[in-house]
Ligand binder design. Structure first.
Ligand SMILES: *[C@@H]1O[C@H](CO)[C@@H](O)[C@H](O)[C@H]1NC(C)=O
Ligand SMILES: *[C@@H]1O[C@H](CO)[C@@H](O)[C@H](O)[C@H]1NC(C)=O
Ligand SMILES: *[C@@H]1O[C@H](CO)[C@@H](O)[C@H](O)[C@H]1NC(C)=O
Ligand SMILES: *[C@@H]1O[C@H](CO)[C@@H](O)[C@H](O)[C@H]1NC(C)=O
Ligand SMILES: *[C@@H]1O[C@H](CO)[C@@H](O)[C@H](O)[C@H]1NC(C)=O
Ligand SMILES: [Fe+2]
Length: 425
């Protein structure tokens, strides 16, 4: 009898607290431009996970639409419970709005119907199709004040119908912060973060690269959550994708980047492949840590930080050699932009860049707060250096012109704007 009651109570607890209701839906690019990946999370594994999608608005279970079976994963760690679940929507048309929901076919539990819009497929030659994307780093969950992460999400959401996709340049959930060592992660924080960005990530493609706060559990949580189009998502965290004629390269400052390392070799091959066929197209590279920054902090003091020295020494020459137009990063909780710069020296102007322009946007609004102290203005600095939280918008206007804007979270207003002409170097 006692055993029966115990089992009865246990089953109530299990039914009440572990469900297969899908949450934290997010979209990502794959290696193919006619595909989009949808990933979500459940407590208990779904027995018949599925994505339903159509270019027409539909009602799940009532209307007959495309269905793609999904794959259920586990977290491969002691500390995390639950099931990242993922599927790839295939055969998409370019420049088309799609409606979709994810759920469990047998139990009929579905998310609301979300939508996203595809870009131009295989844009050829030097042409681009105009678009805007948003980018920031260092966001986390639960920052304080009127410019915290909550405002980043709200402001992006307000602007999301004008955006093609979003990039989060590492230090994603700060799920390592309540523990003493950065080896462990806190799943409550991780899930709170994912739920909080759901309005943005279910509507906009949400691309990431790892930051120092994401590498706990040997990145197994990061990699199962953010299924980026890498060559092997279990092993590497670097990838590239093309969007409307612009080449994007996401790299990891948290892995070996020294010459002859797998990552270094991959970066050089990727840049060489793209640049040799596309001499005039923009290339945007992103990573968590910057090459150039000037807040009073070890990473921004090149004479002090040996990892930083190695990062610059190993990779900056590739940016120069392959004419990488823009490099965007976070890590320092501030926003700065350089003049076109190589080897510590300004080279050319925004209207005639002779080297890469570097921008930091570690301003997602995390609870650690911002850096407010600056070293004397370096020669490579544009002078634009702020500690306000917010995010960047990069607008590709035509094949030779882009603009960069910084939106302050506090009033969702653009407080910095520059125009940049395609440089040849
Ligand atoms: C698509 O989703 C966005 C963001 O949720 C929403 O603002 C918009 O109204 C949706 N579009 C349609 C046609 O339902
Ligand atoms: C994880 O984070 C939650 C929310 O901040 C907190 O309540 C909890 O104590 C943390 N767990 C551990 C083991 O640190
Ligand atoms: C960088 O660190 C070194 C060594 O701690 C220090 O001497 C130097 O003043 C710092 N640089 C700046 C610009 O503050
Ligand atoms: C690109 O756009 C800029 C800014 O609107 C304009 O000045 C320039 O003439 C355009 N270039 C081409 C090739 O259309
Ligand atoms: C918005 O906030 C920023 C940052 O505090 C401030 O510099 C700017 O003047 C404000 N702009 C408007 C239009 O209120
Ligand atoms: Fe960081």
């Amino acid at each position: 009898m006692k055993l029966f009651i115990t089992i009865f109570i246990l089953s109530i607890i299990i039914n009440c607290c572990f469900s297969i209701i899908p949450t934290s839906v997010r979209l990502a690019f794959t290696k193919n431009q006619d595909e989009v990946r949808a990933t979500w999370w459940t407590d208990e594994a779904m027995d018949s996970p599925i994505v339903l999608f159509s270019s027409e608005l539909f009602i799940p279970e009532q209307d007959s639409v495309n269905g793609i079976e999904a794959t259920v994963m586990d977290y491969d760690t002691l500390g995390f419970h639950g099931h990242p679940t993922t599927a790839i929507l295939t055969g998409l048309q370019e420049m088309t709005q799609y409606f979709y929901c994810v759920g469990n076919k047998h139990s009929g539990e579905y998310t609301p119907v979300y939508n996203f819009t595809t870009g131009k497929i295989n844009q050829v030659g030097g042409e681009i199709t105009p678009f805007t994307f948003s980018i920031f780093g260092d966001m986390g969950y639960g920052g304080k004040g009127l410019d915290s992460d909550f405002y980043t999400v709200a402001n992006l959401n307000e602007r999301s119908n004008d955006l093609a996709f979003n990039i989060h340049v590492g230090d994603i959930a700060y799920a390592d912060e309540t523990w003493q060592t950065v080896i462990n992660g806190n799943q409550t924080i991780w899930n709170q973060f994912l739920d909080s960005i759901n309005p943005v990530s279910s509507h906009l493609i949400y691309m990431t690269c790892p930051g120092n706060h994401d590498i706990f559990y040997d990145l197994s949580v990061y990699r199962r959550t953010w299924l980026m189009p890498t060559d092997d998502s279990d092993k590497v965290s670097w990838y590239s994708f093309d969007y409307n004629g612009v080449h994007f390269v996401g790299i990891s400052s948290e892995h070996d980047f020294l010459p002859l390392s797998p990552q270094h070799t991959w970066i050089e091959n990727d840049l060489n492949n793209f640049r040799s066929k596309n001499p005039d197209n923009f290339i945007v590279m992103f990573a968590h840590r910057p090459f150039y920054c000037s807040t009073v902090w070890n990473w921004c003091n090149t004479t002090e930080d040996y990892l930083k020295k190695a990062f610059v020494y190993s990779l900056e020459n590739l940016l120069y050699k392959y004419n990488v137009d823009m490099f965007i990063s976070g890590h320092t909780h501030s926003s700065e932009r350089t003049l076109p710069t190589y080897n510590g020296q300004p080279m050319g102007t925004y209207s005639n860049p002779k080297a890469t322009i570097h921008i930091t946007v570690g301003t997602g609004g995390n609870s650690e707060g911002n850096q407010h102290h600056w070293y004397p203005q370096p020669v490579w600095s544009s002078g634009y250096r702020i500690s306000d939280n917010g995010f960047g918008l990069m607008n590709f206007i035509n094949s030779t012109t882009l603009s960069w804007q910084f939106v302050a979270n506090i009033n969702n207003t653009i407080i910095d704007e520059i125009f940049i002409t395609k440089g040849q170097f």
